[in-house]
Write a protein that binds this ligand. Structure first.
Ligand SMILES: [Zn+2]
Length: 286
């Protein structure tokens, strides 16, 4: 069953988490998404981007928001209108965060096993965050920078060729993940922000070269958990014993490690509910 990884101990995950922000129209009970150019002139919500990437082939590449070595976890941040900065996180009290899978980049014979691994990864994520994730079936949707608000589920996990997306993946990329959030201020709701979409792209050809099953080292499951960490609001860390380390190595831990779990708890249910103005679920998606 297992294929020996062709990638050596110096294999890596291309680590990129892109965060984009959308604006909530405070006075009307709905969310409005738009692109960043539009947002630069809108004054009723926050705008901005945070991204990070780690590519060992590019010496000195900047990494935004990476925790100092040893601190174990780092959480993506959203700047609010007042200047206050808060953690990017889902409203953990919504009935469920829905997800769909697009495994069209894999040979048909390998899709069932991959879906099983992704499902098991969401179970581990749920145990860490206290959030319920609900699988809603397959999709042909491929996450891209400009289409996230139209995703057919709150999180889409797509195993496709990197050429299918415009996220900046390179020849060493195994995956790419991140979130789209909305922020609001004014009125009786005060100010706040919540993650509205998460996305995971698994490079289909590259991920097939990794071991199946859960465990340490160069495994599909560790890539999936890493990207789901990004889709939950986690950033990279400099501690290579955490799953959120930017590079997949033979020393990658078995599943989420201590720092990862601490970070996931801080973006999860124990951090409290977020009252999202006018949010009544993704009725338009189903
Ligand atoms: Zn990453």
């Amino acid at each position: 069953m297992h294929r020996a990884p062709r990638v050596s101990g110096s294999a890596w995950i291309q680590l990129v988490a892109a965060l984009m922000i959308a604006v909530v129209a405070v006075l009307s009970p709905r969310f409005a998404f738009g692109d960043l150019e539009e947002h630069t002139t809108i004054s009723d919500g926050g705008t901005g981007t945070v991204s990070s990437e780690g590519d060992p082939l590019q010496a000195g590449v900047a990494t935004a928001g990476v925790s100092p070595a040893g601190t174990g976890y780092s959480i993506m941040k959203v700047s609010l209108n007042s200047g206050k900065t808060i953690n990017a996180r889902w409203n953990p009290c919504q009935s469920a965060v829905t997800w769909r899978a697009n495994l069209s980049g894999l040979p048909k014979a390998k899709r069932a096993a991959m879906l099983k691994t992704i499902t098991a990864s969401f179970k581990r994520l749920s145990a860490a965050t206290g959030i319920t994730y609900r699988y809603q079936g397959t999709t042909t949707f491929v996450p891209k920078t400009g289409n996230l608000e139209k995703a057919p589920a709150e999180i889409v996990v797509a195993a496709v060729s990197k050429s299918r997306t415009d996220f900046p993946m390179n020849d060493n990329s195994l995956g790419y993940g991140g979130v789209l959030w909305s922020s609001w201020y004014g009125g009786t709701q005060g100010e706040g922000a919540a993650v509205m979409r998460g996305y995971v792209v698994l490079e289909a050809k590259a991920i097939q070269k990794l071991k199946t099953g859960f465990g340490s080292g160069l495994r599909q499951s560790n890539v999936i958990l890493h990207e789901l960490g990004h889709a939950s609001g986690l950033e990279h860390v400099k501690d290579r014993k955490q799953q959120m380390y930017p590079t997949l190595t033979t020393a990658s831990p078995s599943g989420f490690a201590r720092g990862d779990l601490t970070g996931l708890k801080k973006v999860g249910r124990s951090a409290g509910c977020i009252a999202v103005p006018g949010y009544a679920g993704l009725k338009d998606l189903n």
